[in-house]
Design a protein around this ligand. Structure first.
Ligand code: PLP
Length: 377
């Protein structure tokens, strides 16, 4: 068996070491100067007024939902084709995540389906820029409700009108887990153009303390969702090289697209259209209908190639079935895509030879599967 590939891998170098060591030597490991510096640099990069760094993308989504006023008994419309966190954060506030189906091409929440799901309890829309492809935020804006954008997978993505994803002014949340375009180990960040919203998030990430309050005096309920200065230093170093990191990911995606072009019944990530630009995060393909996905995953693993079903439909997860009574058939587009999708190894340093190896293995498995299907007919 050939050497195993990783599914993803961050790019870390001398600059990350230098900035992190400097924080360690300074002794200011949290709430030091790297936190506001990271926030300022990140906001400047997206041309947005403010940024609040937090301990994870999930923490950012939670605080952003609270900040737009979601609470007990409210409904938040979101995508069932996402990482579970985008729905969980509504449940944290005893609100109900209301799912609506996705667009079959972009795989993002469909604005028409979202519009049809609005009730008098709907307090917010939570579209997800899935796999780094810009969701149609202008269409959601026309629905006239507060929006929180889940941009955890979408750093580097750009809307049709040239505005960066996360730069439209609604609170938009990024995630910095090690598989992301930029990593701080664990971490997240909320962008906004609203100073009051930033101040509320800054307070709630720090146990509800206002910046001008005395030590251990708190005027509202808060959390410990702080991001350490160690993490912010890592983030600053990653920001310096973000253009290279994004370009390298886009290059790997191009290599995959070329190498897999011959497999007509395999669905590749949708190409950029109408001026929208993806910020490459993962390379997820949809297997042809009728192919047994687990068998494909097993065959790839035996060649040292990891892959994973990505994403399973959120509404069909055990917790969501049991808590909200969801069943198969509610969101047919999402369910069809979720049943056929796998994420292939994808990271900035991936070589052409590695992409070719994955593509050749997938091609061989699918050709084998096709002849089996033909034999059955
Ligand atoms: C779409 C989406 N939303 C939310 C999150 C949550 O981010 P974190 O893992 O940093 O809490 C992720 C991270 O994987 C994500 O992909």
């Amino acid at each position: 068996m050939s050497e195993s590939l990783p599914l993803g891998r961050p790019v870390l170098g001398a600059r990350e070491e230098e900035l992190v060591l400097e924080v360690l030597r300074s002794g200011n490991l949290s709430l030091g100067r790297r936190l506001p510096e990271f926030e300022r640099e990140f906001a400047a990069r997206l041309r947005v007024s403010y940024a609040s760094a937090v301990s994870s993308g999930t923490a950012g989504l939670h605080l952003a939902l609270r900040a737009v006023g979601v609470s007990d008994g409210d409904e938040v419309i979101t995508s069932p084709f996402s990482f579970v966190a985008s729905a969980n954060v509504a449940v944290y506030e005893r609100a109900r995540p209301v799912f609506a189906d996705i667009d079959p091409v972009t795989l993002n929440l469909d604005p028409d389906a979202a519009a049809a799901a609005i009730t008098n309890r709907t307090t917010a829309l939570l579209p997800v820029h899935i796999f780094g492809y810009p969701a149609d935020i202008p269409a959601f804006e026309r629905l006239g409700l507060p929006i929180v954008e889940d941009a955890c997978e979408a750093l580097g993505a750009v809307h049709q009108d040239g505005v960066a994803v996360g730069g439209r002014g609604h609170p938009a949340v990024f995630g910095f887990y090690p598989n992301k375009q930029l990593t701080t180990g664990e971490g997240g960040l909320v962008t906004t153009t609203d100073l009051q919203l930033k101040e509320r998030i800054d307070s709630e990430r720090n146990q509800g303390r206002s910046p001008d309050m005395g030590w251990l005096d708190h005027d509202r309920l808060g959390f410990n969702y702080r991001l350490s200065d160690i993490a912010c230093a890592l983030g600053l170093a990653q920001l310096e090289r973000l253009d290279q990191l994004l370009a390298a990911r886009a290059n790997v995606a191009d290599l995959y697209r070329a190498a897999l072009a011959g497999l007509e019944d395999l669905t590749l990530p949708c190409p950029d259209r109408d001026g929208n630009r993806r910020g490459w995060f993962v390379f997820v393909v949809q297997l042809p209908r009728g192919v047994e996905r687990d068998a494909v995953v097993r065959a790839l693993v035996s060649d040292g190639i990891p892959s994973k079903p990505y994403f399973p439909a959120v509404h069909l997860m055990t917790f969501y079935r049991e808590r909200f009574g969801h069943r198969e058939g509610e969101f047919p587009v999402c369910e069809d895509v979720a049943a056929r999708s796998i994420a292939l190894p994808f990271f900035p340093q991936m070589t052409e030879a590695q992409v070719d190896r994955v593509s050749a293995a997938l091609t061989a498995v699918l050709r084998g599967a096709r002849s089996d299907r033909q034999a059955v007919r």
